[in-house]
Ligand binder design. Structure first.
Ligand SMILES: [Zn+2]
Length: 293
């Protein structure tokens, strides 16, 4: 097996326990046992030794990666390359897992109504069912996830109109995904600078995502004048609007953690970026009278 196998194929159709086992195997095969054995890694990913939620697994992978950030800082230069390879690899795993259909065959812990910490809550953001923006989920929450903009009664005409657009958005998104290079290959195979590539996708007039570029630039104009300089700026623009005056201090904290994590690992927003383009394209077509009813 090659050192960096196709992760999507490895993880496809697996549950969180199987995924953690595979990840521990691949990690040890690739980087050796400096950090710990396969069992040590597995314990760090699933401390309870059984399947967890995907959000929990993602959080654990992130915590595991942060260990190498820390060591990297402490040990200085000669260790840097090796540790940044580990960080890159774990980052890639998070990206791949996020994009795969995830098997939901775990039991949620019962009776838990709040998260212990804002960091934990920040790992439970999901996509609004009527656009690309994020929504924080409480444990055991069954309600359809809807962002601040689309938190409408399901009987309202605006809700129904967007719900009808969903199928068209899926088809559009599929077309966009197929037309763009595979992010995995870009990162590992061709050495393209990923950050500038993603910035170009979001901001350049030559971007293959014209609707997104137009949308983000419109937010940077008055009256909002949102900045678009950093990863975090772009992410905040993508999530706009968040009604901070209507959410609890705890949810605000979760948003802060979410922004901080997702802008450090900006590539994890790739799927969101493509989803936004698909929605914006379909919205534009409907606005111009095409299929509006
Ligand atoms: Zn929404």
């Amino acid at each position: 097996m090659p050192l960096t196998p196709n992760l999507s194929n490895l993880f496809l159709g697996k549950n969180t326990l199987e995924t953690a086992r595979i990840l521990a195997d691949v990690f040890v095969r690739r980087f050796g046992e400096d950090w710990g054995t396969r069992e040590d890694i597995l314990k760090s990913l699933l401390p309870k030794g059984r399947a967890s939620t995907w959000g929990d697994l993602d959080k654990r992978i992130n915590v595991f990666a942060k260990h190498f950030y820390q060591t990297q800082k402490e040990q200085g230069k000669e260790q840097n390359t090796e540790h940044s390879e580990k960080i890159k690899f774990l980052d890639e795993v998070r990206f791949v897992l996020q994009d795969l259909p995830q098997r939901q065959d775990y039991k949620l812990p019962e009776g838990k109504e709040e998260y212990q910490a804002a960091e934990e809550a920040a790992f439970h953001f999901v996509c609004c069912s009527l656009c690309w923006r994020s929504v924080m989920r409480l444990p055991l929450e069954k309600k359809t996830p809807l962002c601040h903009l689309h938190d409408l009664p399901s009987s309202s005409p605006a809700y129904r109109r967007r719900a009808r657009m969903r199928k068209e958005v899926e088809v559009t998104k599929l077309r966009i995904v197929k037309a763009l290079p595979n992010l995995f290959e870009l990162r590992w195979g061709q050495g393209v600078e990923l950050k500038s590539y993603l910035f170009e996708l979001c901001l350049s007039s030559a971007s293959p995502l014209p609707y997104l570029v137009q949308y983000l630039h419109s937010l940077s104009c008055p009256p909002l004048c949102m900045p678009l300089q950093t990863e975090r700026d772009i992410l905040e623009a993508l999530e706009h609007p968040i009604y901070f005056d209507k959410i609890t201090a705890r949810t605000k904290e979760a948003w802060a953690c979410y922004f901080s994590d997702r802008s450090q690992h900006f590539r994890l927003n790739y799927v969101k970026i493509l989803t936004a383009e698909a929605w914006l394209e379909v919205e534009a077509k409907h606005q111009h009278g095409g299929k509006r009813r």
